[in-house]
Design a protein around this ligand. Structure first.
Ligand SMILES: Nc1nc2c(c(=O)[nH]1)N[C@H]1C(S)=C(S)[C@@H](COP(=O)(O)O)O[C@H]1N2
Ligand SMILES: [Mo]
Length: 337
């Protein structure tokens, strides 16, 4: 069994664990109080299914959905996990409505099988991946990350996933690849918010997001396929979604069907809707307020009722500054918000 090596910059210690037969080692990464548990599930063949320009075998041979069996780890001592019922019942997924409980209510029949993810653009080897097969091949790990929504609430979530950078490398990005564009599935029949402008909060669908290439390749950036050791529920972006822990939550695009490597900065959904309120970078920053509210503090949704949320100071880069601040060293973060 291969062992996941976490980013060197952030490695604090490695511990053995016997919590699960699948788990060979747990690594704890610490950066500015942010804990990241890294571990690997099952053997890693190192192979992603690249099928050239088509999906192997066609839909009839698509890999069936298999539930994830992953033992959640304990977070670093200074991190308190948001209970799973809050992670899965307080969501933003406007395709299913703008209320916080709408996604949990209206996404339960959402069909995520089969699911393919297309990677194209500035790559030597474009391809289409069977996402359920990918999950069994790529080597999954758990990452416990802070999550900070631009609306000023926050959670701590144990994700299951893999590094986006390692995944992208397999398609061989060209030297012209400067940005990565992501797209959510467009399926108005299944997504009421895509059928009706009011239900969908006025967002122009499909939801799109983007990262600069160095952000996409950063080891903290993951594609997630699970949380709390289980397959991602539909309301959290099943079967595959982006997690960029130092950025506001809206960068974490859900239910992704396409990734395109591009030369120019791609359009992003919230930026298109309200460019003065939501930038492309969207790095968590206590010093740059949203035009309509302060970002200096946040309401942490932890154990206890939704009404016992704790006010706490917002951390620059959401607590991951040690790892990522250098990506922005010559940039005015007030201008590039
Ligand atoms: N496709 C899509 N992705 C999305 C959103 C959305 O409405 N549609 N909302 C974003 C916002 S604002 C946040 S805060 C996070 C919420 O993720 P969670 O519900 O898993 O906590 O998803 C992001 N990804
Ligand atoms: Mo958000």
């Amino acid at each position: 069994m291969l062992i996941k090596v976490p980013p060197k910059s952030a490695l604090r210690e490695a511990q053995t664990t016997s919590e699960s037969a699948y788990v060979s080692r747990r690594s704890v990464i610490k950066g500015l109080g942010a804990g990241i548990g890294g571990l690997l599930l099952s053997g890693n063949t190192g192979a992603v299914d690249l099928f050239g320009d088509g999906v192997e075998g066609g839909a009839s041979e698509a890999t069936p959905r298999k539930p994830l069996q992953f033992s959640p780890q304990r977070p670093a001592p200074d991190l308190v996990l948001t209970p799973v019922d809050k992670v899965t019942n307080h969501n933003n997924f406007y395709e299913f409505g703008t209320g916080k409980t709408d996604p949990a209510k209206y996404s339960q029949g959402f069909k995520t099988e089969p699911w393919t993810l297309r990677v194209e653009g500035e790559v030597e080897k474009p391809g289409t991946v069977d996402v359920w097969k990918l999950m069994s091949d790529i080597g999954l790990e758990e990452r416990i990350y802070r999550m900070r929504c631009v609306e000023a609430w926050s959670m701590v979530i144990p994700w299951v996933g893999f590094e986006l950078g390692k995944f992208l490398q397999r398609f061989q990005p060209t030297s012209r690849a400067k940005y990565v564009a992501f797209e959510t599935v467009y399926d108005p029949e299944q997504m009421p918010g895509q059928r009706n402008r009011y239900v969908g909060g006025g967002v122009h669908y499909p939801y799109v997001e983007g990262l600069r290439m160095d952000e996409a390749m950063h080891p903290l950036t993951i594609l997630s396929v699970g949380l709390y050791g289980k397959t991602l529920p539909p309301q959290n972006g099943a079967p595959i979604r982006l997690v960029v822990p130092w950025k506001y939550g809206f960068k974490g695009i859900k239910s992704i069907v396409k990734i395109t490597l591009v030369e120019k900065m791609p359009p992003t959904s919230w930026n298109k809707l309200a460019p003065n309120e939501y930038g492309f970078y969207a790095n968590v920053n206590p010093d740059v307020d949203h035009p309509r509210w302060s970002q200096a503090s946040e309401r942490f949704i932890g154990p206890g009722g939704l009404f016992s949320v704790k006010r706490q100071p917002t951390l620059p880069f959401n607590g991951y500054g040690e790892e990522v601040a250098s990506l922005y060293k010559n940039m005015d973060l007030r201008k590039f918000y």
